[in-house]
Each structure stands twice: as C-alpha cells, then as structure tokens.
Design a protein around this ligand. Sequence first.
Ligand code: SAH
Ligand code: SF4
Ligand code: F3S
Length: 446
Amino acid sequence: MTDPRLPLDGLRFAFHTFGCQMNENDSERLAGYLAAAGAAPAGLIESADVVVVNTCSVRAKSEEKLYSLLGRLRTLKKRRPLLFGVVGCVAQLRKDMLPGLKSGVDFVVGFDQYPRIAEIIAESRGRKMIAASRSRGWKEGTVPPIRESAVSGFVTIMEGCDNFCAYCVVPFTRGREKFRPVEAVLAEVRDLAAHGFREIQLLGQNVNNYADSASGTDFADLLGRIAAVPGPEWIRFITSHPKNFTPSLARAMAATPKVCRQFHLPIQSGSSRVLERMKRGYSREDYLETVRTLRSLMPEIRLSADIIVGYPGETTEEFGETLSALAEIKFANIFSFCYSPRPLTAAARIADDVSTEVKRSRLMEVQALQKEIQTTFHKTMIGRTERVLCTGRSKKDPAVFAGRSEGNQVVNFRADRDVVGRFVDVEILSVGPYSLRGRAVSLYNK
Ligand code: SAH
Ligand code: SF4
Ligand code: F3S
C-alpha cells in the first residue's frame, strides 16, 4: 500500500555498495530509511527510480569504480527518469567536487545525514543536494535496517579511527572514533536473536579499542555481554588493530566459546622499519608475540591479515621481511594490496617511489606464496569434519550449499535437504587454495 504523505511514496530504489562490511551495513540501514519513507526495493539498478551508490575511497582503484558506475548511470538517465546519488567515503571526501563533474549526480549524502537521506532525495528532484558535514559523537539510527542476510547479522559497535596510519584516508572520511553505547549494541543483538540470526558480526574500524565510558565497558566486556544473549551461536568481529591488542582480550576470547576461533589482524608489512614509517605503532616482533599469545590460548585459531606492498621507500630487503612473516605466521587468508597514495594522508606528501611494475610483481609474489600456504593447509583438512554455518546456495550451482567454517573458510557442500541458515557438520572431501568442498554429515541444531 502506498501513502502519498510519504516523501518517496511509490518509488523503487536500488543500492550499489563498494568497500567494506561497514558500508554493507550502512546500505542496509539506508535501505531502512528509504523504505520508511515509502520507497520499495527494486532489486536491480535497471528497474530502480532511485539509485544510491555507497562508495569506498581507500585506494585510487576503489574510487575509480565509482566514476565508471556514474558513467553507466548517466547513460541510463538519458533514456528514462532516474535519480542517483553518492553516499559513503567518497561522498565524504569529494563532497564539493562530485556534483561539479558533469556527473549527473542528484544528491551527495555524508554519514551524519544518513537518517535524513529520504528527505534529501525528495528535495533533490530538480536540484542538486549536498549534505556531508561531520560531527562528533555516536548517533543512534531510528529505523530498522533491511538486511541482506537472515542468517548472519552485522552490528556496528564503533565508527571512525584516531590512528592516522600514514597511508590511510579512513580517519578523514569516517572521522574520529565514535563508540556506540553498550545498551544500543545489546538491543540490536537481542533483536537479531529474536529473528533467528545464527551469527553476529561486530563491525568497526578499530573494534578492540571499544570503550563505552558511561558504563566502563571495554571490548572484552562487550564480547561477554553479547555472548550472554541467548540465540546466536557464533560471534565474529572486524577489524582489530595490533597496537590495541591485549592478552586480556585473548583470554576473554578463549573463555567465550561463542567467539569464533578466527582473528583478522592486519599486519600490513613484516618489516619493523616499514611499520614505523606507516606509523602503525607496533614492530614485527610485537606482532609475532601477539600471534604466539593467541595460539597458546587457542591452538586452533585461524588468523588473517591485510598486506600492503610497495609502500614508499620499501626496499627489496624490507619486502623480503613481509614474505618471511607470511611464511612464519601462515595466515589462513590475506587481503593484499599495492600501495596507493590517498589525499590528505601523511604518506601522500612523500614520493610514491616504488614503480608500478615493482609493486605488481611484489603483489604477485605475496599472493603466490600465500596460495601455496593455503593449499598446503587445506590439504591437511581433507577427511576432517568442520562445523559450517550455511549462509546460502552456491552462485554457480544451486544444488550446492555455501557457508563458512568457524575459521572463516568458504565451504561448498552437498546436502540432501535445504540447510540454509543451519549449522551443518561437513566432511571435507576436496580442497582448493581459496575454498573447501564436502558433504553434509549431520545437522548440528534445530
Ligand atoms: N580498519 C579499516 C581498514 C580498512 S582499509 C577497516 O577495517 O575499516 C582495509 C585495508 O586496506 C587496510 O588494512 C590496508 O591494508 C589497505 N589500505 C588502506 N589504505 C591503503 C592505501 N593507501 N593503499 C593501499 N592499501 C591500503
Ligand atoms: Fe572503504 Fe575504508 Fe571507507 Fe570502508 S571505511 S568504505 S574500506 S574507505
Ligand atoms: Fe586506517 Fe590505520 Fe585506522 S588502516 S582505519 S588509520 S587503523
């Protein structure tokens, strides 16, 4: 039923989301605001009246993806009525430039204006709207999100970053650290539990720095409070900073069985000198010590990390230390990137002196080594049974189910009935470097 008093009554909307899980969660919340204003999901961009592009500016390439999508949207707009706009990190970073690029962009909405997105879109009909100022302090949302998954729910617990790693634009887009009050976090977790969600994924740029000063709750306490909510069996969180890691957090994880034995801890480089130039606040040794602590308390823990190659001044020897760190730590998974200078950052003021060719060849070397490490490890899993949370069906073959193991590995498997949203024990039959394949042997819960 439509209601003509609502600002977006009868319109159909679609999102295109680039970037991190926080952007995905933001799009879910923004969809909630659009729906509350009378709009309905269109599914595809091609059938939408309003398209919202949620953007990432972490590397030049992430930003370029926006500009090519805007080109496609402009073409679409020549053929039929269409409103489109930009939200997220590029909106925040380029707020004044975006509409001026002959971009056809109708609205640019920054993080603080998200609760007003529907009004801004409604007012933008016929004129361009820009609203991208930033303020301090946490602002609680007012409408429920429209979630992509009914199995695994994102819960943002903090936003922003005060670390100012020399290469990183995030503190200039997401702003300073803002912590969500513990009661608001718990209310969302309880709501997910009431709707049958099996897994909670806590989000923040720097989750292990979480502090609710009013109640004196830190991240370890928060994990305990969330684990006490009956229902969801698995809890994960991203991203943690090695500098803010404490042995007491590792002990809290070890003492809380619902916290998955998985930890994403971006190392960035294996060279203490590079880490120093990146202003990361820890050395290679500090990081290795953290790994030892985690593994001594939780021997089965699977670690993952982000890696940057070709940081300004990175010598062959320094790069070699990244390779040796990978060989020593044996991450379950890594995300690796060529360094990309970003506006406003400290590193952008120094020469980007590692050539594109050298960056690319270092990236290939990192990825080849990691592929070997993963293949070797995965082979040891053949014949083992892994508990898997089934999140959906495989895109390639709907007869195959897809999910993740507790260690966050992708598992594709066959089952004799629909197991989406269930925990399944899967016998691993064959493996590749990036996923495991098997068959369901038993259902673990109702
Ligand atoms: N803590 C943030 C990090 C997001 S950026 C979050 O979780 O939201 C993810 C990764 O991108 C970083 O860990 C880093 O490895 C990489 N990255 C950030 N800035 C970069 C740059 N200028 N060039 C290349 N990679 C970068
Ligand atoms: Fe991209 Fe970082 Fe912004 Fe996420 S927080 S959208 S990764 S720039
Ligand atoms: Fe970026 Fe470093 Fe913060 S990578 S998000 S400035 S911890």
